[in-house]
Design a protein around this ligand. Structure first.
Ligand code: 5GP
Ligand code: MG
Length: 173
């Protein structure tokens, strides 16, 4: 598999993101909301770089089904989401593609009583966004290729790779 972003590149960028995020949340009731399952590893690494008091909450959203590499219907499972009323939320996701997932999640969190919702994505695919959504922090801009590793899956596999790689086309076409 071709490595797009090495383990070291990812870790260096996460340290920079933490420095950019921290000042905005000092002295505020702060909750990180990770979008399962893809953001699992990103959340774990980022929160350990943030030196401000925070809570961690999780929500599940899925828009890909099995071996498909294009988006399908969005499903949000919010039963596991902790109470975000009166909290300033930073939503963390692995990748921004069309924007459908994050657009709906922001609306959901505001509806649950969050005081503010900002977004941080590790990856943003260039030229793919069709749903208007403001992204506050971006790790890396990447070309329109299907990537796996560091939490991102294909058919629920490859999430455990410590780097981000491009899945060869012959594996899904
Ligand atoms: P959106 O709702 O922005 O179209 O899609 C976001 C979700 O689609 C991401 O959270 C991720 O689960 C999935 N996704 C989009 N592009 C890729 C990709 O290149 N690789 C993987 N593994 N998942 C992707
Ligand atoms: Mg996802």
């Amino acid at each position: 598999m071709r490595v797009l972003l090495s383990e070291q590149q990812i870790q260096n960028r996460i340290a920079e993101l933490a420095d950019a995020i921290e000042p905005g949340y000092r002295d505020l009731p702060f909750t990180i909301v990770g979008v399962l399952t893809g953001s699992l590893i990103f959340v774990a690494d980022l929160v350990r770089r943030l030196e401000v008091p925070l809570r961690i909450a999780l929500i599940q959203a899925s828009s890909y089904r099995g071996k498909a590499t294009s988006a399908g219907e969005l499903h949000i499972a919010s039963e596991i989401l902790a109470d975000v009323r009166g909290r300033h939320v930073l939503l963390l996701d692995d990748i921004l593609d069309t924007g459908q997932t994050l657009k709906h999640l922001v609306q959901h969190l505001i509806g649950q009583g969050a005081l503010s919702v900002k977004i941080c994505v590790l990856l943003r695919k260039q030229g793919k966004q069709v749903h208007a959504v403001d992204i506050d922090f971006v790790g890396f801009e990447i070309p329109d290729e299907f990537v796996v590793g560091y939490g991102l899956d294909f058919n629920d596999e490859y999430r455990n790779l410590p780097y981000i790689g491009v899945l060869p086309k012959e594996m899904y076409e």
